[in-house]
Design a binder for this molecule. Sequence first.
Ligand SMILES: Cc1ncc(COP(=O)(O)O)c(C=O)c1O
Length: 476
Amino acid sequence: MTDFSKFHLSESAKIVSDHIPGKESKKMIALQQKIEGSVVSYPRGIPIAIKKAKGAVIEDVDGNQFLDFFAGAGVVNLGHSNEEVLARVFEQQKNLIHALDFPTQNKMDAITKMLNALPDRLKGEYKVSFGGPTGSDAVEAAIKLAKIKTGRDTILAFSGGYHGMSAAALAMTSDVHYRKKLGTSVAGIHFIPYSYPYRCPFTEGPNNEESSGEACYKYIKMTIENSHSGIPLPAAIIMEPIQGEGGNIPAQRNFLEKTVKMAREHGIVVIFDEIQCGFFRSGKFLAFMHTDAVPDIITVSKGLGGVGLPIAGLIYRKDVEAWGPGDHIGTFRGNQASLAATNGAFDFVEKYKVAEHATEMGNYMMSLLSELQEASTYIGEVRGKGLMIGVEMVKDKATKEPYPEFVKLMKQTCLQKGLLFEVGGHYSNVIRFVPPLIITRTIVENAVEILRSALSELDKGFNKRIENEQSVEFAE
Ligand SMILES: Cc1ncc(COP(=O)(O)O)c(C=O)c1O
Protein backbone atom coordinates (compact mmCIF):
# COMPACT_ATOMS: atom_id res chain seq x y z
CA MET A 1 0.00 0.00 0.00
CA THR A 2 1.26 3.46 -0.87
CA ASP A 3 2.38 5.67 1.98
CA PHE A 4 0.64 8.96 1.25
CA SER A 5 1.74 10.71 4.45
CA LYS A 6 4.13 13.08 2.63
CA PHE A 7 1.26 14.49 0.59
CA HIS A 8 -0.36 16.03 3.70
CA LEU A 9 0.47 19.04 5.82
CA SER A 10 0.05 16.74 8.80
CA GLU A 11 -1.98 13.66 9.74
CA SER A 12 -3.83 15.11 12.68
CA ALA A 13 -5.82 18.19 13.58
CA LYS A 14 -4.19 20.97 15.57
CA ILE A 15 -6.36 23.60 17.26
CA VAL A 16 -4.48 26.56 18.72
CA SER A 17 -7.30 29.11 19.05
CA ASP A 18 -9.54 29.13 22.14
CA HIS A 19 -12.53 28.91 19.88
CA ILE A 20 -13.24 28.54 16.16
CA PRO A 21 -13.45 30.98 14.47
CA GLY A 22 -10.18 32.37 15.82
CA LYS A 23 -9.43 36.08 15.96
CA GLU A 24 -7.99 36.42 12.45
CA SER A 25 -10.69 34.28 10.83
CA LYS A 26 -13.35 36.38 12.51
CA LYS A 27 -11.81 39.55 11.11
CA MET A 28 -11.66 38.20 7.58
CA ILE A 29 -15.19 36.79 7.69
CA ALA A 30 -16.41 40.19 8.89
CA LEU A 31 -14.67 41.81 5.93
CA GLN A 32 -16.17 39.23 3.60
CA GLN A 33 -19.63 39.94 4.90
CA LYS A 34 -19.06 43.61 4.21
CA ILE A 35 -17.69 43.40 0.68
CA GLU A 36 -18.87 40.08 -0.75
CA GLY A 37 -22.44 39.26 -1.69
CA SER A 38 -24.73 37.64 0.82
CA VAL A 39 -25.02 34.42 -1.22
CA VAL A 40 -21.74 33.29 0.38
CA SER A 41 -22.67 30.07 2.15
CA TYR A 42 -19.88 27.70 3.23
CA PRO A 43 -18.23 30.02 5.80
CA ARG A 44 -21.57 30.31 7.58
CA GLY A 45 -21.43 26.64 8.55
CA ILE A 46 -17.62 26.37 8.64
CA PRO A 47 -16.51 29.78 9.88
CA ILE A 48 -12.84 29.85 8.97
CA ALA A 49 -10.66 31.92 6.64
CA ILE A 50 -8.17 29.69 4.87
CA LYS A 51 -4.46 30.37 4.65
CA LYS A 52 -3.25 27.22 2.96
CA ALA A 53 -4.00 23.55 2.45
CA LYS A 54 -2.06 20.44 1.56
CA GLY A 55 -3.44 16.96 1.16
CA ALA A 56 -6.30 16.47 3.59
CA VAL A 57 -5.34 19.29 5.92
CA ILE A 58 -6.46 22.92 5.81
CA GLU A 59 -4.74 25.61 7.85
CA ASP A 60 -6.71 28.71 8.74
CA VAL A 61 -5.35 32.22 9.19
CA ASP A 62 -5.05 31.64 12.96
CA GLY A 63 -2.80 28.61 12.49
CA ASN A 64 -5.46 25.98 13.29
CA GLN A 65 -5.19 22.82 11.21
CA PHE A 66 -8.30 20.89 10.24
CA LEU A 67 -8.78 17.43 8.77
CA ASP A 68 -10.71 18.16 5.61
CA PHE A 69 -13.34 15.46 5.02
CA PHE A 70 -15.21 17.77 2.68
CA ALA A 71 -12.39 18.21 0.13
CA GLY A 72 -13.79 21.42 -1.34
CA ALA A 73 -17.18 19.78 -2.01
CA GLY A 74 -15.68 16.53 -3.26
CA VAL A 75 -13.26 18.23 -5.64
CA VAL A 76 -9.69 17.75 -4.43
CA ASN A 77 -9.74 13.97 -4.72
CA LEU A 78 -5.94 13.83 -4.85
CA GLY A 79 -5.55 16.25 -1.98
CA HIS A 80 -5.09 19.98 -1.83
CA SER A 81 -2.15 21.26 -3.88
CA ASN A 82 -0.94 17.82 -4.88
CA GLU A 83 2.62 18.60 -5.93
CA GLU A 84 2.94 15.99 -8.65
CA VAL A 85 -0.25 17.14 -10.35
CA LEU A 86 0.63 20.79 -9.85
CA ALA A 87 3.98 20.27 -11.57
CA ARG A 88 2.10 19.25 -14.72
CA VAL A 89 -0.07 22.36 -14.48
CA PHE A 90 2.93 24.68 -14.05
CA GLU A 91 4.61 23.10 -17.06
CA GLN A 92 1.51 23.52 -19.23
CA GLN A 93 0.92 27.12 -18.15
CA LYS A 94 4.27 28.17 -19.62
CA ASN A 95 3.11 27.03 -23.04
CA LEU A 96 -0.63 27.54 -23.41
CA ILE A 97 -3.63 28.13 -21.20
CA HIS A 98 -6.56 29.22 -23.34
CA ALA A 99 -7.28 27.52 -26.65
CA LEU A 100 -11.09 27.51 -27.09
CA ASP A 101 -11.85 24.09 -28.55
CA PHE A 102 -8.83 23.85 -30.84
CA PRO A 103 -7.09 20.49 -30.62
CA THR A 104 -3.93 20.30 -28.54
CA GLN A 105 -1.85 17.29 -27.59
CA ASN A 106 -2.72 18.06 -23.98
CA LYS A 107 -6.44 17.85 -24.69
CA MET A 108 -6.19 14.75 -26.90
CA ASP A 109 -4.24 13.04 -24.12
CA ALA A 110 -6.89 13.93 -21.53
CA ILE A 111 -9.74 12.65 -23.71
CA THR A 112 -7.82 9.46 -24.44
CA LYS A 113 -7.22 8.86 -20.73
CA MET A 114 -10.91 9.41 -19.96
CA LEU A 115 -12.01 6.96 -22.64
CA ASN A 116 -9.36 4.41 -21.71
CA ALA A 117 -10.58 4.48 -18.11
CA LEU A 118 -13.98 3.12 -19.18
CA PRO A 119 -14.61 -0.60 -18.69
CA ASP A 120 -13.47 -2.87 -21.52
CA ARG A 121 -17.05 -3.73 -22.45
CA LEU A 122 -17.66 -0.02 -23.30
CA LYS A 123 -14.37 0.84 -25.00
CA GLY A 124 -14.72 2.41 -28.43
CA GLU A 125 -18.36 3.32 -27.90
CA TYR A 126 -18.01 6.75 -26.33
CA LYS A 127 -16.81 10.25 -27.15
CA VAL A 128 -16.05 13.27 -25.00
CA SER A 129 -17.25 16.89 -25.24
CA PHE A 130 -16.25 19.73 -22.96
CA GLY A 131 -18.67 22.42 -21.89
CA GLY A 132 -18.27 25.44 -19.67
CA PRO A 133 -15.98 24.97 -16.69
CA THR A 134 -18.40 23.97 -13.94
CA GLY A 135 -20.54 20.91 -13.25
CA SER A 136 -23.83 22.67 -13.96
CA ASP A 137 -22.55 23.48 -17.46
CA ALA A 138 -22.09 19.78 -18.16
CA VAL A 139 -25.59 19.04 -16.88
CA GLU A 140 -27.09 21.73 -19.13
CA ALA A 141 -25.21 20.32 -22.11
CA ALA A 142 -26.38 16.78 -21.33
CA ILE A 143 -30.02 17.86 -21.21
CA LYS A 144 -29.63 19.79 -24.43
CA LEU A 145 -28.12 16.77 -26.18
CA ALA A 146 -30.87 14.45 -24.89
CA LYS A 147 -33.58 16.80 -26.08
CA ILE A 148 -32.01 17.20 -29.51
CA LYS A 149 -31.56 13.44 -29.78
CA THR A 150 -35.13 12.52 -28.84
CA GLY A 151 -37.14 15.57 -29.93
CA ARG A 152 -38.90 15.34 -26.52
CA ASP A 153 -38.65 17.71 -23.61
CA THR A 154 -39.82 15.94 -20.46
CA ILE A 155 -37.16 14.90 -17.95
CA LEU A 156 -37.34 12.44 -15.05
CA ALA A 157 -35.21 13.37 -12.06
CA PHE A 158 -35.05 11.96 -8.52
CA SER A 159 -35.96 13.00 -5.02
CA GLY A 160 -32.72 13.85 -3.24
CA GLY A 161 -30.93 14.61 -6.51
CA TYR A 162 -28.60 17.58 -6.93
CA HIS A 163 -27.44 18.77 -10.33
CA GLY A 164 -26.40 22.40 -9.94
CA MET A 165 -27.66 25.95 -9.90
CA SER A 166 -28.10 26.94 -13.57
CA ALA A 167 -31.60 26.88 -15.07
CA ALA A 168 -32.15 23.24 -16.09
CA ALA A 169 -29.75 21.88 -13.46
CA LEU A 170 -31.64 23.77 -10.76
CA ALA A 171 -35.01 22.63 -12.08
CA MET A 172 -33.78 19.02 -11.74
CA THR A 173 -32.43 19.57 -8.22
CA SER A 174 -34.99 18.26 -5.79
CA ASP A 175 -34.45 20.51 -2.77
CA VAL A 176 -37.24 23.06 -3.13
CA HIS A 177 -35.38 25.39 -0.79
CA TYR A 178 -33.15 26.38 -3.74
CA ARG A 179 -36.14 27.22 -5.92
CA LYS A 180 -38.55 28.78 -3.47
CA LYS A 181 -37.68 32.37 -4.42
CA LEU A 182 -37.99 31.63 -8.14
CA GLY A 183 -40.72 30.54 -10.45
CA THR A 184 -40.36 27.52 -12.71
CA SER A 185 -37.06 27.87 -14.56
CA VAL A 186 -37.55 24.89 -16.89
CA ALA A 187 -40.87 23.12 -17.34
CA GLY A 188 -41.40 19.40 -17.85
CA ILE A 189 -39.26 18.09 -14.97
CA HIS A 190 -40.82 15.33 -12.83
CA PHE A 191 -39.38 13.82 -9.66
CA ILE A 192 -39.64 10.17 -8.71
CA PRO A 193 -38.33 8.18 -5.72
CA TYR A 194 -34.62 7.34 -5.71
CA SER A 195 -33.29 3.94 -4.72
CA TYR A 196 -32.82 4.60 -1.01
CA PRO A 197 -33.43 1.40 0.96
CA TYR A 198 -33.15 3.00 4.40
CA ARG A 199 -36.16 5.19 3.64
CA CYS A 200 -37.83 3.27 0.83
CA PRO A 201 -41.45 4.29 0.27
CA PHE A 202 -42.24 0.80 -1.03
CA THR A 203 -40.37 -1.75 1.08
CA GLU A 204 -39.25 -1.89 4.69
CA GLY A 205 -37.11 -3.82 7.09
CA PRO A 206 -33.49 -4.86 7.28
CA ASN A 207 -31.83 -6.27 4.14
CA ASN A 208 -34.43 -4.68 1.87
CA GLU A 209 -31.78 -3.40 -0.60
CA GLU A 210 -32.68 -5.76 -3.41
CA SER A 211 -36.44 -5.43 -2.98
CA SER A 212 -36.20 -1.66 -2.66
CA GLY A 213 -34.16 -1.41 -5.87
CA GLU A 214 -36.72 -3.59 -7.63
CA ALA A 215 -39.69 -1.60 -6.33
CA CYS A 216 -38.20 1.75 -7.33
CA TYR A 217 -37.42 0.36 -10.76
CA LYS A 218 -41.01 -0.84 -11.13
CA TYR A 219 -42.27 2.60 -10.20
CA ILE A 220 -40.24 4.22 -12.99
CA LYS A 221 -41.33 1.53 -15.42
CA MET A 222 -44.96 2.21 -14.56
CA THR A 223 -44.39 5.97 -14.90
CA ILE A 224 -42.97 5.49 -18.36
CA GLU A 225 -45.22 2.75 -19.71
CA ASN A 226 -48.56 3.82 -18.27
CA SER A 227 -49.98 6.65 -20.37
CA HIS A 228 -52.14 7.53 -17.35
CA SER A 229 -49.09 8.25 -15.17
CA GLY A 230 -49.52 11.88 -16.17
CA ILE A 231 -45.95 12.14 -17.41
CA PRO A 232 -45.26 12.21 -21.16
CA LEU A 233 -42.54 9.93 -22.54
CA PRO A 234 -39.34 11.65 -21.34
CA ALA A 235 -36.30 12.74 -23.31
CA ALA A 236 -34.06 11.74 -20.44
CA ILE A 237 -33.71 10.24 -17.01
CA ILE A 238 -30.99 11.93 -14.97
CA MET A 239 -29.59 10.39 -11.81
CA GLU A 240 -26.52 10.23 -9.62
CA PRO A 241 -25.35 6.60 -9.26
CA ILE A 242 -24.41 7.68 -5.74
CA GLN A 243 -26.43 10.65 -4.52
CA GLY A 244 -24.08 13.21 -3.03
CA GLU A 245 -25.96 16.16 -1.56
CA GLY A 246 -28.85 13.73 -1.06
CA GLY A 247 -26.79 12.02 1.66
CA ASN A 248 -24.15 9.81 -0.01
CA ILE A 249 -26.62 7.11 -1.01
CA PRO A 250 -25.42 4.46 -3.44
CA ALA A 251 -28.26 3.40 -5.74
CA GLN A 252 -28.96 -0.31 -5.77
CA ARG A 253 -27.32 -2.25 -8.56
CA ASN A 254 -30.57 -3.85 -9.81
CA PHE A 255 -32.22 -0.43 -9.86
CA LEU A 256 -29.51 1.07 -12.07
CA GLU A 257 -29.18 -1.87 -14.43
CA LYS A 258 -32.88 -2.45 -14.97
CA THR A 259 -33.75 1.23 -15.29
CA VAL A 260 -31.14 1.78 -17.97
CA LYS A 261 -32.21 -1.29 -19.93
CA MET A 262 -35.88 -0.37 -19.82
CA ALA A 263 -35.17 3.29 -20.73
CA ARG A 264 -33.26 2.22 -23.81
CA GLU A 265 -36.23 0.17 -25.00
CA HIS A 266 -38.23 3.41 -24.96
CA GLY A 267 -35.57 5.55 -26.61
CA ILE A 268 -35.01 7.52 -23.42
CA VAL A 269 -31.53 8.93 -22.90
CA VAL A 270 -30.05 7.95 -19.53
CA ILE A 271 -27.76 10.53 -17.99
CA PHE A 272 -25.56 9.49 -15.09
CA ASP A 273 -24.41 12.54 -13.20
CA GLU A 274 -20.96 11.47 -11.97
CA ILE A 275 -19.84 14.98 -11.14
CA GLN A 276 -19.45 14.17 -7.46
CA CYS A 277 -19.30 10.38 -7.30
CA GLY A 278 -16.92 10.11 -10.27
CA PHE A 279 -13.18 10.39 -10.59
CA PHE A 280 -12.36 7.38 -8.41
CA ARG A 281 -14.31 8.60 -5.38
CA SER A 282 -16.19 5.29 -5.20
CA GLY A 283 -13.03 3.25 -5.80
CA LYS A 284 -13.61 3.12 -9.56
CA PHE A 285 -13.22 5.82 -12.21
CA LEU A 286 -17.00 6.20 -12.39
CA ALA A 287 -19.45 4.93 -9.77
CA PHE A 288 -21.69 3.18 -12.30
CA MET A 289 -18.72 0.91 -13.08
CA HIS A 290 -19.64 -1.09 -9.96
CA THR A 291 -22.59 -2.33 -12.07
CA ASP A 292 -23.28 -3.53 -15.61
CA ALA A 293 -25.44 -0.50 -16.41
CA VAL A 294 -24.68 1.28 -19.68
CA PRO A 295 -25.54 5.00 -19.55
CA ASP A 296 -25.93 7.15 -22.66
CA ILE A 297 -24.40 10.32 -21.24
CA ILE A 298 -22.11 10.74 -18.24
CA THR A 299 -21.45 14.17 -16.77
CA VAL A 300 -18.03 14.68 -15.19
CA SER A 301 -16.33 17.56 -13.38
CA LYS A 302 -14.99 18.18 -9.82
CA GLY A 303 -12.17 15.62 -9.32
CA LEU A 304 -11.38 15.61 -13.03
CA GLY A 305 -9.58 18.94 -12.52
CA GLY A 306 -6.85 17.18 -10.51
CA VAL A 307 -6.09 19.89 -7.98
CA GLY A 308 -9.39 21.75 -8.11
CA LEU A 309 -9.00 23.46 -11.47
CA PRO A 310 -12.34 23.99 -13.20
CA ILE A 311 -13.26 21.55 -15.93
CA ALA A 312 -16.50 19.81 -16.91
CA GLY A 313 -17.56 17.58 -19.73
CA LEU A 314 -19.69 14.81 -21.13
CA ILE A 315 -18.70 11.27 -21.94
CA TYR A 316 -21.43 9.98 -24.24
CA ARG A 317 -22.29 7.08 -26.47
CA LYS A 318 -21.51 7.77 -30.09
CA ASP A 319 -25.06 6.93 -31.11
CA VAL A 320 -26.48 9.77 -28.95
CA GLU A 321 -24.51 12.33 -30.90
CA ALA A 322 -27.36 14.26 -32.44
CA TRP A 323 -25.82 17.69 -32.31
CA GLY A 324 -23.60 19.23 -34.94
CA PRO A 325 -20.87 21.85 -35.21
CA GLY A 326 -21.63 24.89 -33.06
CA ASP A 327 -24.83 23.49 -31.53
CA HIS A 328 -23.16 23.89 -28.15
CA ILE A 329 -20.41 26.45 -27.84
CA GLY A 330 -18.71 28.43 -25.07
CA THR A 331 -15.53 30.34 -24.33
CA PHE A 332 -14.02 28.21 -21.59
CA ARG A 333 -14.32 24.70 -22.92
CA GLY A 334 -11.38 22.60 -21.94
CA ASN A 335 -8.99 25.06 -20.31
CA GLN A 336 -5.47 23.78 -20.98
CA ALA A 337 -4.23 24.16 -17.39
CA SER A 338 -7.21 22.14 -16.17
CA LEU A 339 -6.60 19.53 -18.87
CA ALA A 340 -2.96 19.24 -17.80
CA ALA A 341 -4.26 18.65 -14.26
CA THR A 342 -6.58 15.95 -15.64
CA ASN A 343 -3.62 14.24 -17.29
CA GLY A 344 -1.53 14.59 -14.15
CA ALA A 345 -4.39 13.26 -12.04
CA PHE A 346 -4.93 10.14 -14.16
CA ASP A 347 -1.19 9.42 -14.07
CA PHE A 348 -1.07 9.93 -10.30
CA VAL A 349 -4.02 7.59 -9.80
CA GLU A 350 -2.31 4.89 -11.83
CA LYS A 351 1.16 5.37 -10.34
CA TYR A 352 -0.02 5.22 -6.72
CA LYS A 353 -2.99 2.85 -7.16
CA VAL A 354 -5.34 5.48 -5.77
CA ALA A 355 -8.53 3.60 -6.69
CA GLU A 356 -7.50 0.58 -4.63
CA HIS A 357 -6.40 2.85 -1.80
CA ALA A 358 -9.76 4.68 -1.79
CA THR A 359 -11.57 1.35 -1.56
CA GLU A 360 -9.38 0.19 1.29
CA MET A 361 -9.64 3.46 3.24
CA GLY A 362 -13.38 3.60 2.61
CA ASN A 363 -13.88 0.08 3.98
CA TYR A 364 -11.66 0.87 6.94
CA MET A 365 -13.51 4.06 7.77
CA MET A 366 -16.90 2.38 7.39
CA SER A 367 -15.84 -0.39 9.76
CA LEU A 368 -14.81 2.18 12.39
CA LEU A 369 -18.04 4.10 11.85
CA SER A 370 -20.10 0.93 12.19
CA GLU A 371 -18.54 0.39 15.62
CA LEU A 372 -19.61 3.92 16.51
CA GLN A 373 -23.07 3.19 15.20
CA GLU A 374 -23.50 0.26 17.54
CA ALA A 375 -22.52 2.36 20.53
CA SER A 376 -24.53 5.44 19.59
CA THR A 377 -28.20 6.13 20.10
CA TYR A 378 -28.38 8.40 17.10
CA ILE A 379 -26.58 6.79 14.15
CA GLY A 380 -29.31 5.15 12.09
CA GLU A 381 -27.22 4.08 9.13
CA VAL A 382 -23.62 4.07 7.89
CA ARG A 383 -23.41 3.59 4.13
CA GLY A 384 -21.24 4.38 1.16
CA LYS A 385 -18.83 3.22 -1.47
CA GLY A 386 -15.13 3.98 -1.48
CA LEU A 387 -14.66 7.37 0.13
CA MET A 388 -18.18 8.64 -0.31
CA ILE A 389 -19.66 7.81 3.08
CA GLY A 390 -22.91 8.89 4.71
CA VAL A 391 -23.75 8.71 8.41
CA GLU A 392 -27.48 9.21 8.84
CA MET A 393 -28.58 10.52 12.23
CA VAL A 394 -32.00 9.75 13.68
CA LYS A 395 -33.81 10.53 16.92
CA ASP A 396 -34.73 6.92 17.34
CA LYS A 397 -33.31 3.95 15.46
CA ALA A 398 -36.72 2.23 15.42
CA THR A 399 -38.81 5.12 14.06
CA LYS A 400 -35.93 6.57 11.96
CA GLU A 401 -37.16 10.05 12.68
CA PRO A 402 -34.51 12.36 11.15
CA TYR A 403 -32.40 14.38 13.57
CA PRO A 404 -31.04 17.39 11.63
CA GLU A 405 -30.52 19.49 14.79
CA PHE A 406 -28.13 16.87 16.13
CA VAL A 407 -26.15 16.76 12.89
CA LYS A 408 -25.82 20.52 12.93
CA LEU A 409 -24.38 20.42 16.42
CA MET A 410 -22.10 17.53 15.47
CA LYS A 411 -20.73 19.67 12.66
CA GLN A 412 -20.07 22.58 15.00
CA THR A 413 -18.56 20.39 17.70
CA CYS A 414 -16.28 18.57 15.25
CA LEU A 415 -15.20 21.90 13.81
CA GLN A 416 -14.04 22.99 17.27
CA LYS A 417 -12.02 19.77 17.48
CA GLY A 418 -10.55 20.08 13.98
CA LEU A 419 -12.69 17.95 11.67
CA LEU A 420 -14.51 19.43 8.69
CA PHE A 421 -17.41 17.79 6.89
CA GLU A 422 -20.60 18.86 5.18
CA VAL A 423 -24.15 17.98 5.99
CA GLY A 424 -26.66 16.73 3.43
CA GLY A 425 -29.45 14.24 3.05
CA HIS A 426 -33.12 14.26 2.14
CA TYR A 427 -33.79 15.62 5.65
CA SER A 428 -30.47 17.45 6.22
CA ASN A 429 -29.62 14.76 8.76
CA VAL A 430 -26.62 13.08 7.15
CA ILE A 431 -22.94 13.65 7.87
CA ARG A 432 -21.30 13.47 4.45
CA PHE A 433 -17.70 12.34 4.25
CA VAL A 434 -15.98 13.01 0.93
CA PRO A 435 -12.31 13.32 1.94
CA PRO A 436 -9.33 13.33 -0.42
CA LEU A 437 -8.75 9.79 -1.67
CA ILE A 438 -5.17 9.84 -0.45
CA ILE A 439 -6.02 9.96 3.26
CA THR A 440 -3.93 7.65 5.41
CA ARG A 441 -5.06 5.16 8.06
CA THR A 442 -3.82 7.59 10.69
CA ILE A 443 -5.93 10.39 9.25
CA VAL A 444 -8.99 8.12 9.16
CA GLU A 445 -8.43 7.09 12.77
CA ASN A 446 -7.94 10.68 13.93
CA ALA A 447 -11.09 11.82 12.12
CA VAL A 448 -13.21 9.03 13.59
CA GLU A 449 -11.75 9.74 17.03
CA ILE A 450 -12.94 13.34 16.79
CA LEU A 451 -16.34 12.11 15.75
CA ARG A 452 -16.40 9.66 18.65
CA SER A 453 -15.48 12.33 21.16
CA ALA A 454 -18.06 14.78 19.74
CA LEU A 455 -20.72 12.08 19.88
CA SER A 456 -20.05 11.20 23.48
CA GLU A 457 -19.92 14.88 24.47
CA LEU A 458 -23.23 15.59 22.78
CA ASP A 459 -24.86 12.37 23.94
CA LYS A 460 -24.38 13.63 27.47
CA GLY A 461 -25.50 17.25 27.28
CA PHE A 462 -27.37 17.38 24.04
CA ASN A 463 -30.53 19.18 25.13
CA LYS A 464 -28.53 21.89 26.83
CA ARG A 465 -26.47 22.40 23.69
CA ILE A 466 -29.62 22.71 21.58
CA GLU A 467 -30.76 25.54 23.87
CA ASN A 468 -27.41 27.27 23.49
CA GLU A 469 -27.17 26.68 19.77
CA GLN A 470 -27.03 30.36 18.89
CA SER A 471 -23.93 30.85 20.97
CA VAL A 472 -21.88 28.29 19.05
CA GLU A 473 -23.01 29.34 15.61
CA PHE A 474 -21.13 32.08 13.83
CA ALA A 475 -23.23 35.25 13.83
CA GLU A 476 -24.78 35.91 10.41
C1 LIG B 1 -23.93 15.49 -8.64
C2 LIG B 1 -23.67 16.94 -8.94
N1 LIG B 1 -24.03 17.43 -10.13
C3 LIG B 1 -23.82 18.70 -10.46
C4 LIG B 1 -23.22 19.57 -9.58
C5 LIG B 1 -23.00 21.01 -9.94
O1 LIG B 1 -21.66 21.29 -10.10
P1 LIG B 1 -21.17 22.80 -9.99
O2 LIG B 1 -21.39 23.25 -8.60
O3 LIG B 1 -19.71 22.71 -10.32
O4 LIG B 1 -21.92 23.58 -11.00
C6 LIG B 1 -22.82 19.09 -8.33
C7 LIG B 1 -22.19 19.99 -7.33
O5 LIG B 1 -22.07 19.72 -6.17
C8 LIG B 1 -23.06 17.74 -8.00
O6 LIG B 1 -22.70 17.24 -6.81
